[in-house]
Design a protein around this ligand. Structure first.
Ligand code: SPD
Length: 356
């Protein structure tokens, strides 16, 4: 009897060790499942206190990884090395991921906090019925500028102002093919979803003329550079402008008069997810109005959560640069999924511009 007990305890001990080791290996290798959730988000795009709060409340451990472009995110998910449970693509990339059968349908019964989202940001053409995605943050592409560093009399209201020779070496550009080729197209009066090869060549030629004014092509560092007065202008996302303004009150932001991009970043669950239940719990948690308000105050981007606005400072919610009226957003364009060939062409042209 004693021997049997000893054998039983030994087996139990080995099993426990195995469970601990396998869990650890899975976490290190990015395999979730069990009590781990692997989240793939843009850099600087969550209040990390909320990750701690989620872990405390649910007992689920989060493995958190970041990316800096939709294209980088998509490539990593397609490669399949890491099994992400939640990712945050922008609208055209949601459409592309659905097309490539990379996403699972969301279970709306597990996302009761969807009720708090503003209808204006739901059921959009890239994912009708929010079958695969729910919005996380939204915004515009525009010109972030510091009037105190501009040459006297310089007014910034549109894309074409950026070509002024007086702005030599003063402009930071966001490192995004859609954003920068889109700026070239918009500055010529074309749509930022244009795929006409001649129009695209004209946009590239025009962008090359901007080179003397370009100080650098950057990612999230644009915020630090603008906050420290190291450049007068940055072409970037509205939320970055709002964030920089906390550090440097001189900064202003304008949506260019020629037109620009209205974008939406969204939660999705990739087909490779190992912890689909926890993914729903996490997405629902971040849609809780008080959680969303805290996250929005921290991240500074615009929230699509209508109820969250009630918990946020009035001056933030009423700032029309970041919460523009529908009259403005309606004249902006949302990126379309242009298909593999056209997207590759945009990337190629952007590379040519960067190497110029
Ligand atoms: N630092 C977080 C940046 C997230 C911006 N996403 C914008 C995507 C626009 N296509």
């Amino acid at each position: 009897m004693k021997n049997l007990m000893r054998a039983f305890l030994s087996v139990l001990f080995v099993c426990l060790i195995l469970i601990v080791v396998i869990n650890r290996l899975n976490t290190v290798a990015g395999f979730s499942g069990g009590n781990t959730l692997t989240v793939f988000n843009w850099g600087d795009y969550i209040d990390e206190e909320l990750i701690d709060l989620f872990e405390e409340e649910t007992g689920i451990t989060i493995v958190y990884e970041t990316f800096d472009s939709n294209e980088a995110m998509m490539t990593k998910i397609q490669q399949g090395g890491t099994t992400y449970d939640v990712a945050v693509p922008s609208e055209y990339m949601v459409e592309k991921m659905v097309e490539e059968d990379l996403l699972i349908e969301l279970d709306h019964s597990k996302l009761p906090n969807m009720q708090y989202m503003d209808e204006r940001f739901m059921d959009l053409p890239f994912d009708q019925g929010n079958t695969y995605s729910v919005p996380y943050f939204w915004g515009t592409v525009g010109i972030i500028f510091n009037p105190t560093l501009l040459p006297e009399g310089e007014v910034i209201s549109g894309w074409n102002d950026l070509w002024d020779p007086a702005l030599e070496n003063q402009i930071l550009l966001i490192d995004g093919a859609r954003e920068i080729i889109g700026m070239g197209l918009n500055s010529l009066g074309y749509s930022l979803n244009d795929t006409d090869p001649q129009h695209l060549q004209q946009a590239l030629a025009k962008l090359k003329e901007l080179t003397p004014n370009v100080k650098a092509i950057v990612g999230d560092e644009n915020k630090m550079l603008m906050a420290n007065n190291e450049a007068a202008i940055a072409v970037g996302w509205s939320g970055d402008a709002a964030d920089i303004m906390w550090e440097n009150e001189a900064i202003d932001y304008v949506v260019p008069e020629e037109g620009s991009n209205l974008w939406f970043d969204n939660f999705v669950i990739p087909k490779t997810a190992r912890n689909v239940d926890a993914a729903h719990v996490f997405i629902n948690f971040l849609m809780d109005p008080e959680v969303a308000a805290q996250n929005t105050e921290y991240v500074s981007y615009s929230t699509p959560n209508k109820e969250a606005l009630k918990y946020m400072p009035e001056d933030m919610v009423h700032d029309e640069r970041f919460y523009p009226e529908p009259e403005l957003t309606e004249r902006l364009e949302v990126y379309e999924n242009l298909g593999q060939r056209n997207l590759a062409h945009y990337n190629e042209l952007f590379l040519q511009f960067k190497m110029h």
